[in-house]
Ligand binder design. Structure first.
Ligand SMILES: NC(=O)c1ccc[n+]([C@@H]2O[C@H](COP(=O)([O-])OP(=O)(O)OC[C@H]3O[C@@H](n4cnc5c(N)ncnc54)[C@H](OP(=O)(O)O)[C@@H]3O)[C@@H](O)[C@H]2O)c1
Length: 334
């Protein structure tokens, strides 16, 4: 007898505390699909936005949050080839990942390299592909440049530290706690700044870093900003001549970037919308994924091993992420 499927359901938009763990009937497979027994599911900041009804897309209720899973294929439709029952894989599922099993199309499934644990595989895709797309495709970074990363102790920020350091940039990590700063330094940041200081002090410290590491006149070459708010607004001023501000996310609010500060020093503001871009360009996105996986296999990139919570504690995991107490990534384990 197959075990019943456990899934975390969002039945109404609102606080994450209202999430419910429910037993669901097994979904039958249709052509081209496989069933994955989930070993770990990544938890991302955006999952809470979905549950609270604050994301651009509001899925029909009830829905199961979670976009990234890793596990083992336990069943495949008769027409499936290229992947086999028993194989370790990871998949980007859109929604539905907070569950003990998922049913996905074979095209979504990627064999899991030996170099990755289940926890790493369930938590690196969104953060590393966002960072790679932002830095290589949008910013076109070059070895020897300087980069400041806000929110550098977790999620997309920590991935940016790793990707940019591997590409030969001098990276300064901005994070609010000593353990987050230490984690960012272990992932290649050459220096770190206490993000809990006043925003103007953080800006001055980034400028000093630029001056000490061959940054352009007046600051650093690039600022990677998943935080926004007052910190992002202020740190725009730490960009040197021709510097680029990468718009990644708004966990502290949408920044109001003053146009005069963009004009000064010929700065640029660069939008990064990896999610929509990856949907429109699946082949190019797959090429990035392959580059990231090759970088991990070669030891150039090192996705963090996540902090894990039981599936039943999904609300606590999301709450801890929102309270900024977790260094690195978070995964649910069914
Ligand atoms: N543009 C894209 O394509 C793309 C792709 C993926 C994610 N995102 C966005 O990127 C943002 C970050 O996602 P993530 O998964 O990296 O999140 P995360 O793991 O929760 O990290 C966010 C970090 O922001 C910092 N922070 C500063 N002020 C905060 C506040 N008021 N509330 C919460 N955190 C605050 C925290 O670091 P400190 O404690 O060190 O300050 C925290 O570690 C989200 O807005 C997400 O939607 C964008």
């Amino acid at each position: 007898m197959p075990r019943p499927v456990a899934a975390v359901e969002c039945r109404a938009f609102g606080p994450v505390d209202a999430l419910v763990v429910a037993e669901r009937a097994r979904e039958p497979l249709t052509a081209g699909q496989v069933r994955i027994e989930v070993a770990a599911c990544g938890v991302n900041f955006v999952d809470a936005l979905f549950v609270e009804g604050r994301y651009q897309i509001r899925p029909p209720l009830p829905f199961v949050p979670g976009s990234e899973v890793a596990g083992r294929i336990v069943e495949a439709a008769p027409d499936v080839d290229g992947v086999a029952v028993g194989e370790r894989v990871f998949a980007n599922v859109g929604l539905g990942g907070y569950a003990s099993e998922v049913v996905v199309a074979t095209e979504q499934v990627v064999p899991l390299p030996e170099a990755l644990t289940d926890g790493q595989a369930a938590t690196f895709v969104q953060s590393y592909l966002t960072a790679w797309f932002a830095l290589h495709e949008r910013a076109r970074i070059t070895a020897g440049e300087t980069l400041a990363v806000l929110g550098a102790g977790s999620g997309v920020g920590l991935a940016a530290v790793d990707v940019a350091s591997a590409a030969g940039l001098a990276v300064v990590a901005v994070a609010s706690s000593a353990d987050k700063r230490a984690l960012a330094e272990r992932h290649g940041a050459v220096a770190s700044i206490d993000g809990s200081m006043a925003a103007a002090e953080v800006k001055d410290a980034i400028r000093s870093f630029g001056a000490e590491h061959d940054g352009p006149s007046g600051g650093v070459h690039h600022l990677y900003d998943p935080v926004g708010g007052e910190l992002g607004e202020t740190c725009l001023r730490a960009l040197g001549e021709d510097g680029q501000y990468l718009v990644i996310g708004f966990v502290a609010g949408i920044p109001r970037l003053p146009a005069n500060q963009v004009l000064l020093r010929n700065r640029r503001v660069v939008g990064v919308d990896w999610g929509a871009w990856s949907g429109r360009h699946p082949d190019r996105n797959r090429a990035i994924l392959d580059e990231v996986v090759a970088g991990i296999a070669a030891g150039d990139l090192d996705p963090v091993e996540p902090v894990t919570y039981p599936l039943a504690d999904a609300a606590r995991a999301l709450t801890d992420l929102g309270r900024r107490v977790v260094a690195g990534k978070v995964a649910l384990v069914p």
